[in-house]
Design a binder for this molecule. Structure first.
Ligand code: FES
Length: 281
Protein backbone atom coordinates (compact mmCIF):
# COMPACT_ATOMS: atom_id res chain seq x y z
CA UNK A 1 0.00 0.00 0.00
CA UNK A 2 1.21 3.52 -0.79
CA UNK A 3 0.26 6.29 1.61
CA UNK A 4 -0.99 9.72 0.56
CA UNK A 5 1.10 12.10 2.64
CA UNK A 6 -0.15 15.38 1.15
CA UNK A 7 -3.22 16.40 -0.78
CA UNK A 8 -3.85 19.81 -2.28
CA UNK A 9 -6.71 21.10 -4.40
CA UNK A 10 -5.17 23.13 -7.25
CA UNK A 11 -8.45 24.15 -8.89
CA UNK A 12 -12.03 22.91 -9.13
CA UNK A 13 -10.94 19.98 -11.33
CA UNK A 14 -7.30 19.34 -10.49
CA UNK A 15 -5.73 17.82 -7.39
CA UNK A 16 -2.16 17.16 -6.28
CA UNK A 17 -1.00 14.30 -4.10
CA UNK A 18 2.37 13.36 -2.64
CA UNK A 19 2.60 9.60 -2.38
CA UNK A 20 5.14 7.89 -0.14
CA UNK A 21 7.03 5.64 -2.55
CA UNK A 22 10.77 5.89 -1.72
CA UNK A 23 11.98 3.33 -4.27
CA UNK A 24 10.32 5.28 -7.10
CA UNK A 25 11.36 8.69 -5.72
CA UNK A 26 14.97 7.47 -5.71
CA UNK A 27 15.01 6.68 -9.44
CA UNK A 28 12.42 9.06 -10.95
CA UNK A 29 13.46 11.43 -13.75
CA UNK A 30 11.50 14.16 -15.57
CA UNK A 31 9.37 12.75 -18.37
CA UNK A 32 8.63 9.46 -16.63
CA UNK A 33 5.31 8.25 -15.28
CA UNK A 34 3.75 5.81 -12.84
CA UNK A 35 0.75 3.51 -13.12
CA UNK A 36 -1.55 3.31 -10.15
CA UNK A 37 -4.49 1.21 -9.08
CA UNK A 38 -6.65 2.52 -6.26
CA UNK A 39 -8.21 -0.78 -5.21
CA UNK A 40 -8.08 -4.48 -6.07
CA UNK A 41 -9.88 -5.02 -9.37
CA UNK A 42 -9.79 -1.30 -10.20
CA UNK A 43 -8.46 0.06 -13.49
CA UNK A 44 -4.81 0.95 -13.92
CA UNK A 45 -4.17 4.58 -14.83
CA UNK A 46 -0.90 6.21 -15.89
CA UNK A 47 0.02 9.58 -14.39
CA UNK A 48 3.12 11.60 -15.11
CA UNK A 49 5.52 12.16 -12.24
CA UNK A 50 5.05 15.88 -11.59
CA UNK A 51 7.83 16.07 -8.99
CA UNK A 52 9.75 13.92 -6.53
CA UNK A 53 11.63 14.37 -3.29
CA UNK A 54 14.38 11.78 -2.92
CA UNK A 55 14.98 12.68 0.75
CA UNK A 56 11.36 12.50 1.83
CA UNK A 57 10.75 9.50 -0.45
CA UNK A 58 7.70 11.08 -2.05
CA UNK A 59 6.43 11.24 -5.62
CA UNK A 60 4.02 14.01 -6.65
CA UNK A 61 1.12 13.30 -8.98
CA UNK A 62 -1.28 15.89 -10.36
CA UNK A 63 -4.51 14.75 -11.96
CA UNK A 64 -7.78 16.01 -13.32
CA UNK A 65 -10.96 14.31 -12.18
CA UNK A 66 -12.20 13.24 -15.59
CA UNK A 67 -12.81 9.50 -15.35
CA UNK A 68 -14.09 7.08 -12.74
CA UNK A 69 -10.66 6.30 -11.27
CA UNK A 70 -9.48 9.90 -10.99
CA UNK A 71 -12.81 10.82 -9.39
CA UNK A 72 -12.41 7.98 -6.89
CA UNK A 73 -8.81 9.00 -6.22
CA UNK A 74 -10.07 12.52 -5.51
CA UNK A 75 -12.22 11.21 -2.66
CA UNK A 76 -9.14 9.87 -0.81
CA UNK A 77 -7.39 12.03 1.77
CA UNK A 78 -4.04 12.41 3.51
CA UNK A 79 -3.39 9.24 5.50
CA UNK A 80 -5.36 7.04 3.08
CA UNK A 81 -3.50 4.58 0.84
CA UNK A 82 -3.48 3.48 -2.78
CA UNK A 83 -3.15 -0.24 -3.55
CA UNK A 84 -0.57 -0.16 -6.39
CA UNK A 85 1.88 2.51 -7.47
CA UNK A 86 4.33 1.23 -10.11
CA UNK A 87 7.25 3.04 -11.70
CA UNK A 88 9.15 4.93 -12.78
CA UNK A 89 8.06 3.95 -16.30
CA UNK A 90 8.90 5.38 -19.71
CA UNK A 91 12.05 6.96 -21.06
CA UNK A 92 13.40 9.98 -19.15
CA UNK A 93 13.64 13.27 -21.08
CA UNK A 94 17.10 14.09 -22.51
CA UNK A 95 17.74 17.62 -21.34
CA UNK A 96 21.54 17.82 -21.05
CA UNK A 97 23.58 20.41 -22.91
CA UNK A 98 20.73 22.78 -23.83
CA UNK A 99 21.28 26.52 -23.54
CA UNK A 100 17.90 28.08 -24.16
CA UNK A 101 14.57 26.28 -24.14
CA UNK A 102 10.92 27.31 -24.45
CA UNK A 103 8.71 25.11 -22.28
CA UNK A 104 5.02 25.19 -23.08
CA UNK A 105 2.26 23.77 -20.91
CA UNK A 106 -1.40 23.72 -21.88
CA UNK A 107 -3.90 23.20 -19.05
CA UNK A 108 -3.05 20.05 -17.09
CA UNK A 109 -0.04 19.62 -19.39
CA UNK A 110 1.59 22.29 -17.21
CA UNK A 111 1.96 19.65 -14.50
CA UNK A 112 3.96 17.50 -16.93
CA UNK A 113 5.96 20.43 -18.31
CA UNK A 114 6.90 21.67 -14.83
CA UNK A 115 9.44 18.91 -13.95
CA UNK A 116 11.09 19.43 -17.34
CA UNK A 117 11.39 23.19 -16.76
CA UNK A 118 12.77 22.51 -13.27
CA UNK A 119 15.37 20.05 -14.54
CA UNK A 120 16.46 22.42 -17.33
CA UNK A 121 16.79 25.23 -14.79
CA UNK A 122 18.88 22.98 -12.52
CA UNK A 123 21.10 22.11 -15.48
CA UNK A 124 21.74 25.82 -16.11
CA UNK A 125 19.62 26.37 -19.23
CA UNK A 126 17.74 29.61 -19.84
CA UNK A 127 14.08 28.65 -19.55
CA UNK A 128 11.18 30.59 -21.06
CA UNK A 129 7.91 29.08 -19.89
CA UNK A 130 4.57 29.72 -21.54
CA UNK A 131 1.54 28.22 -19.84
CA UNK A 132 -2.02 28.54 -21.10
CA UNK A 133 -5.45 27.85 -19.61
CA UNK A 134 -9.09 28.30 -20.61
CA UNK A 135 -9.70 30.87 -17.83
CA UNK A 136 -8.03 32.26 -14.71
CA UNK A 137 -9.78 29.82 -12.35
CA UNK A 138 -8.04 26.91 -14.06
CA UNK A 139 -4.49 28.29 -13.70
CA UNK A 140 -2.20 25.87 -11.85
CA UNK A 141 1.46 25.91 -10.75
CA UNK A 142 2.05 29.54 -11.76
CA UNK A 143 4.38 30.23 -8.80
CA UNK A 144 6.22 26.92 -9.15
CA UNK A 145 6.84 27.39 -12.88
CA UNK A 146 7.93 31.01 -12.34
CA UNK A 147 10.48 29.87 -9.73
CA UNK A 148 12.33 27.74 -12.30
CA UNK A 149 11.97 30.05 -15.32
CA UNK A 150 13.90 33.08 -16.55
CA UNK A 151 10.72 34.35 -18.18
CA UNK A 152 7.15 33.18 -17.66
CA UNK A 153 4.00 33.99 -19.61
CA UNK A 154 0.52 32.93 -18.50
CA UNK A 155 -2.25 33.17 -21.08
CA UNK A 156 -5.98 32.51 -20.90
CA UNK A 157 -8.30 31.81 -23.81
CA UNK A 158 -10.91 34.24 -22.42
CA UNK A 159 -8.44 36.87 -21.17
CA UNK A 160 -9.76 36.62 -17.59
CA UNK A 161 -6.22 36.90 -16.17
CA UNK A 162 -5.58 40.02 -18.25
CA UNK A 163 -3.51 38.17 -20.83
CA UNK A 164 -5.80 36.89 -23.57
CA UNK A 165 -4.32 34.65 -26.20
CA UNK A 166 -2.87 31.27 -26.98
CA UNK A 167 0.53 29.88 -26.06
CA UNK A 168 1.44 29.81 -29.74
CA UNK A 169 0.92 33.61 -30.02
CA UNK A 170 3.48 34.14 -27.25
CA UNK A 171 5.93 31.63 -28.71
CA UNK A 172 5.71 33.23 -32.15
CA UNK A 173 6.40 36.68 -30.66
CA UNK A 174 9.39 35.40 -28.69
CA UNK A 175 10.87 33.73 -31.78
CA UNK A 176 10.29 36.83 -33.89
CA UNK A 177 11.90 39.01 -31.20
CA UNK A 178 15.08 37.04 -31.90
CA UNK A 179 15.10 34.38 -29.17
CA UNK A 180 17.01 31.40 -30.49
CA UNK A 181 15.80 28.24 -28.85
CA UNK A 182 17.74 24.97 -28.98
CA UNK A 183 14.53 23.19 -28.20
CA UNK A 184 10.82 23.73 -27.65
CA UNK A 185 9.00 21.38 -25.28
CA UNK A 186 5.22 21.38 -25.72
CA UNK A 187 2.91 19.43 -23.44
CA UNK A 188 -0.85 19.72 -23.39
CA UNK A 189 -3.91 18.83 -25.47
CA UNK A 190 -3.12 17.14 -28.78
CA UNK A 191 -4.44 20.08 -30.78
CA UNK A 192 -2.20 22.49 -28.88
CA UNK A 193 0.89 20.32 -29.43
CA UNK A 194 0.02 20.02 -33.12
CA UNK A 195 -0.30 23.80 -33.55
CA UNK A 196 2.99 24.41 -31.69
CA UNK A 197 4.71 21.83 -33.92
CA UNK A 198 3.29 23.43 -37.09
CA UNK A 199 4.77 26.75 -35.93
CA UNK A 200 8.20 25.48 -34.88
CA UNK A 201 8.54 23.43 -38.06
CA UNK A 202 8.42 26.69 -40.04
CA UNK A 203 11.28 28.08 -37.96
CA UNK A 204 13.21 24.80 -37.93
CA UNK A 205 13.24 24.48 -34.12
CA UNK A 206 13.40 20.95 -32.73
CA UNK A 207 10.28 20.26 -30.70
CA UNK A 208 9.56 17.54 -28.18
CA UNK A 209 6.01 16.64 -27.19
CA UNK A 210 4.74 14.29 -24.50
CA UNK A 211 2.12 11.84 -25.76
CA UNK A 212 -0.49 10.71 -23.30
CA UNK A 213 -2.62 8.07 -25.02
CA UNK A 214 -4.68 5.48 -23.19
CA UNK A 215 -2.36 3.00 -21.49
CA UNK A 216 -3.30 -0.39 -20.17
CA UNK A 217 -0.29 -2.52 -19.16
CA UNK A 218 2.39 0.16 -19.46
CA UNK A 219 4.96 -2.41 -20.53
CA UNK A 220 4.70 -2.48 -24.34
CA UNK A 221 2.53 -5.61 -24.44
CA UNK A 222 -1.03 -4.47 -25.14
CA UNK A 223 -0.49 -1.94 -27.94
CA UNK A 224 -3.13 0.39 -26.47
CA UNK A 225 -0.77 3.35 -26.37
CA UNK A 226 0.52 3.14 -29.94
CA UNK A 227 1.36 6.31 -31.82
CA UNK A 228 2.73 6.75 -35.30
CA UNK A 229 6.08 8.54 -35.29
CA UNK A 230 7.84 9.16 -38.58
CA UNK A 231 5.66 6.48 -40.21
CA UNK A 232 6.61 3.87 -37.60
CA UNK A 233 4.45 2.47 -34.82
CA UNK A 234 5.79 3.32 -31.38
CA UNK A 235 4.45 2.64 -27.92
CA UNK A 236 4.23 5.70 -25.69
CA UNK A 237 4.76 3.62 -22.55
CA UNK A 238 8.14 2.15 -23.50
CA UNK A 239 9.40 4.29 -26.42
CA UNK A 240 8.09 7.58 -24.98
CA UNK A 241 6.13 9.39 -23.73
CA UNK A 242 8.45 12.07 -25.23
CA UNK A 243 8.72 12.10 -29.03
CA UNK A 244 9.92 14.40 -31.79
CA UNK A 245 6.77 16.46 -32.36
CA UNK A 246 7.56 17.04 -36.03
CA UNK A 247 7.28 13.30 -36.69
CA UNK A 248 4.01 12.59 -34.87
CA UNK A 249 0.84 11.75 -36.79
CA UNK A 250 -1.40 14.01 -34.68
CA UNK A 251 -4.52 13.45 -36.80
CA UNK A 252 -4.38 9.71 -36.11
CA UNK A 253 -3.69 10.31 -32.40
CA UNK A 254 -6.74 12.58 -32.19
CA UNK A 255 -8.93 9.99 -33.92
CA UNK A 256 -7.81 7.32 -31.44
CA UNK A 257 -8.41 9.64 -28.49
CA UNK A 258 -12.00 10.33 -29.64
CA UNK A 259 -12.64 6.60 -29.93
CA UNK A 260 -11.43 5.91 -26.38
CA UNK A 261 -13.42 8.84 -24.97
CA UNK A 262 -16.67 7.10 -25.93
CA UNK A 263 -15.59 3.95 -24.06
CA UNK A 264 -14.53 5.99 -21.03
CA UNK A 265 -17.91 7.72 -20.93
CA UNK A 266 -19.73 4.39 -20.98
CA UNK A 267 -17.47 2.97 -18.27
CA UNK A 268 -18.08 6.04 -16.09
CA UNK A 269 -21.84 5.82 -16.55
CA UNK A 270 -21.78 2.15 -15.50
CA UNK A 271 -19.61 3.05 -12.48
CA UNK A 272 -22.00 5.84 -11.43
CA UNK A 273 -24.93 3.43 -11.70
CA UNK A 274 -23.10 0.94 -9.46
CA UNK A 275 -22.09 3.66 -6.96
CA UNK A 276 -25.66 5.02 -6.95
CA UNK A 277 -26.96 1.51 -6.33
CA UNK A 278 -24.54 1.00 -3.46
CA UNK A 279 -25.31 4.35 -1.89
CA UNK A 280 -29.03 3.85 -2.17
CA UNK A 281 -28.70 0.44 -0.59
FE1 FES B 1 0.24 -1.32 -23.43
FE2 FES B 1 1.82 0.73 -23.93
S1 FES B 1 0.26 0.61 -22.46
S2 FES B 1 1.72 -1.15 -24.97
Amino acid sequence: MYKIVRKEVLNSQVKLMDIYAPAIAKKAQPGQFIILRVYDGGERIPLTIADYDREKGTVTIIYQEVGKTTKLLGTLNEGDSILDFVGPLGVASHLDGLKKVAVIGGGLGTAIAFPQAKELHNLGAEVHSIIGFRNKDLIILEKEVAAVSDKVFVTTDDGSNGNKGFVTDVLKNLIEEGNQYDLVIAIGPLIMMKVVCDLTKKYGIKTIVSMNPVMIDGTGMCGGCRVTVGGETKFACVDGPDFDGHLIDFDEAMRRQRMYKEHEKLSEEKHECRMGGALNG
